[in-house]
Design a protein around this ligand. Structure first.
Ligand code: X8Z
Ligand code: ZN
Length: 601
């Protein structure tokens, strides 16, 4: 229900909105009324959802489910009314706003009140199960996600890591029947909204026909797949050297628990194991954050400082007063980081259990990217408060982090010095690739799985089988013991119980390099792309600010063209950025066996 870049769910007042007929209201009047009601009613809902996410108790579950129910009822009514304007002539911006009413939620509900209440309860419960999830051993000792993640991040003990990996996946087992029902209800909902199923509805939000969108995603993946395969090959060999060939076979998928991350979506924590030239450059920002006693607030201020250096505004004082920046000791919260557009642009907040690591510092910039979008499109009509598409919203903060070069970190005192050499460049490129290239297949497969589920191709009898088939085929990873249908491994990733569409991140990881390249050009950068930083550059800031201020008011192709001069998403920029590493990896992998067998069950 939170920001995460998406529009807040449609909401409802205590009294359901008056239904109006088309005869009484012009399309413009209808859109205007819906927006006003929405803004008004959001006040109640965002309060309920914020309190829920930051105090997970049975009582806040009741409040959040009730709020969710109202939201679904309001959305349902608004959609039913919006459909009456299908064949009515109207200005293009009114048509766009009406389309957003039909597409503004990732969780469409059926029309009847009973189903709406059931869906709202399931959604609240699933997110609560994830947020409060912990694995307890026979001595009654329990570990939550943050503790288990720490093991995967720091331990190099094969069995210890495996235990943490398996433990976390116990929390999602009881979600399975709930998710099954969730799929039924939201698919029914999508049908009342006029779509074949929820997968089609999700794919309809990209200013292009659904079939074209699917092809675009596939094309982008094909553009980056060779680089991923080469990274995979190199990392597998290094892990084989470290753990032994009996643990990491040179031709098989990599064991899923060895990549330093609970979902193997970001491999930067295993950098020390795969560093191309050890001892050449010190890139350990995490160590400096700890050494220098960085607090969550100080880390957030550092992130804010990058945005303000570009000429973007300071965050309002209320941001620091009301955000949740550290994990409370006394209660459960949903720790998965998120940004919230509260108070209609006046009260933005983030919720993040910040720890002193580089990963968390990067995530803070990611979240502030959402916040700066909120601030800059504050004056857009409510329905246009969103990214040009959802991948744009995800890409802004990351675009900033790409400009956090070793030179930037050195200036901030977080690494000792910048080493200028080919070897140092390759170290830096490897570190970035472990974050940016390793993510790509993961970014694609999450919704590949959900598209299959919502379209009925994957039934509940095969949830886990198909999940692991995609994990093997795209990522080249595999579990060390069978993960059959007693488990529900997709539920152990936040965005499944949280119902946040995921293709947005795949797109973001491609287009953020296009934005980066364009802003570098604007800043007059000359030289290899990966050396560019626009910290402190007003021209780059202006360009970024203009993009943000557009919100969702124009098709994303127009917004992209304004920034980059092109109307298509393209992996040329990310490939250009990683050109030195790609060449080096190809050399390293010569004579090695790359690839793995693709599963088909
Ligand atoms: O969920 C997020 C953000 C909030 S929108 C922290 N991300 C994805 C993830 O954690 O899986 C950012 C990177 C991908
Ligand atoms: Zn995000």
């Amino acid at each position: 229900m939170c920001g995460c870049g998406a529009k807040t769910e449609l909401t409802s007042s205590t009294q359901p909105p008056q239904s109006a007929t088309t005869a009484e209201e012009s399309p413009e009047q209808f859109v205007e009324r819906i927006q006003q009601e929405w803004v008004e009613l959001n006040k109640e809902l965002e309060a309920a959802f914020w309190v829920r996410a930051t105090y997970l108790t049975p009582d806040t579950a009741v409040l959040a489910a009730k709020a969710g129910e109202k939201s679904l009822a309001f959305t349902g009514k608004a959609v039913a009314q919006a459909k009456q304007y299908h064949n009515v002539d109207m200005a293009p911006e009114t048509r766009r706003a009406l389309d957003f009413i039909l597409l503004g939620t990732a969780m469409p509900a059926p029309e009847n009140a009973e189903s709406q209440a059931e869906l709202a309860t399931i959604a609240t419960e699933m997110e609560g199960m994830y947020g409060a999830g912990e694995a307890c051993n026979s001595d009654g000792q329990c570990r939550d996600l943050e503790e288990l993640e720490k093991v995967l991040r720091n331990s190099r003990d094969y069995d210890e890591q495996l235990q943490a990996w398996q433990d976390w996946r116990t929390i999602s087992v009881p979600m399975r029947p709930k998710y099954e029902r969730f799929v039924e209800l939201t698919n029914q909902g999508a049908q009342t909204y006029g779509f074949d199923d929820l997968s089609v509805m999700w794919k309809s939000g990209y200013d292009m026909p659904v079939a074209d969108f699917e092809q675009e995603v596939e094309r982008l993946w094909q553009q980056v797949e060779p680089l991923y395969s080469n990274l995979h090959c190199y990392v597998r060999n290094k892990l084989g050297e470290f753990y032994g060939a009996d643990k990491v076979d040179a031709q098989s998928p990599i064991p899923a628990h060895l990549l330093g991350n609970m979902w193997a979506q970001d491999w930067s924590n295993i950098y020390p194991l795969v560093e191309p030239y050890p001892g050449v450059s010190d890139l350990d920002v995490s160590a400096s954050l700890i050494e220098q006693n960085y607090t969550p607030e100080a880390m957030t201020q550092m992130a804010e400082g990058f945005f303000t250096s570009l000429g973007l505004p300071e965050l309002p004082a209320s941001f620091y007063e009301r955000s949740l920046l550290a994990k409370p000791a006394d209660r459960d919260v949903v720790c998965h980081a998120s940004a919230w557009d509260m108070g209609n642009g006046e009260d933005p907040r983030i919720k993040q259990c910040v720890e002193p690591t580089q990963e968390q510092l990067v995530t803070l910039h990611h979240e502030l990217g959402h916040i700066y979008y909120y601030l800059m499109y504050k004056d857009q009509p409510f329905l246009f408060k969103g990214g040009a598409h959802d991948g744009f919203h995800e890409a802004i903060g990351d675009t900033i982090t790409l400009a956090m070069t070793p030179a930037y970190y050195a200036e901030k005192g977080l690494i000792p010095e910048v080493v200028h050499s080919e070897q140092a460049t390759l170290n830096q490129q490897m570190k970035m690739a472990l974050e940016k290239i390793a993510f790509l297949p993961f970014g694609k497969l999450i919704d590949q799985w959900r598209w299959q589920v919502f379209s009925g191709q994957t039934t509940a009898a095969n949830y886990n089988r198909d999940w692991w088939q995609l994990r093997q085929n795209y990522q080249g990873i595999a579990p060390t013991s069978p993960r059959d249908e007693r488990f529900f491994d997709p539920g152990a990733k936040y965005h499944i119980p949280g119902n946040t569409p995921y293709t947005r991140y795949f797109l973001s990881y491609i287009i953020q390099f296009q934005f980066y390249q364009a802003l570098c050009q604007e800043a007059g950068h000359d030289g290899p792309l990966h050396e560019c930083s626009y910290y402190g550059n007003q021209a780059a800031g202006d360009k970024l600010g203009k993009l943000l201020a557009l919100g969702a008011s124009q098709p994303w192709q127009d917004a992209l063209e304004q920034v980059t001069g092109t109307r298509t998403m393209d992996a040329k920029a990310i490939n250009a950025y990683f050109a030195p590493l790609a060449k080096w990896l190809a050399e390293q992998n010569q004579g090695k066996q790359c690839g793995w067998s693709k599963a088909s069950f």
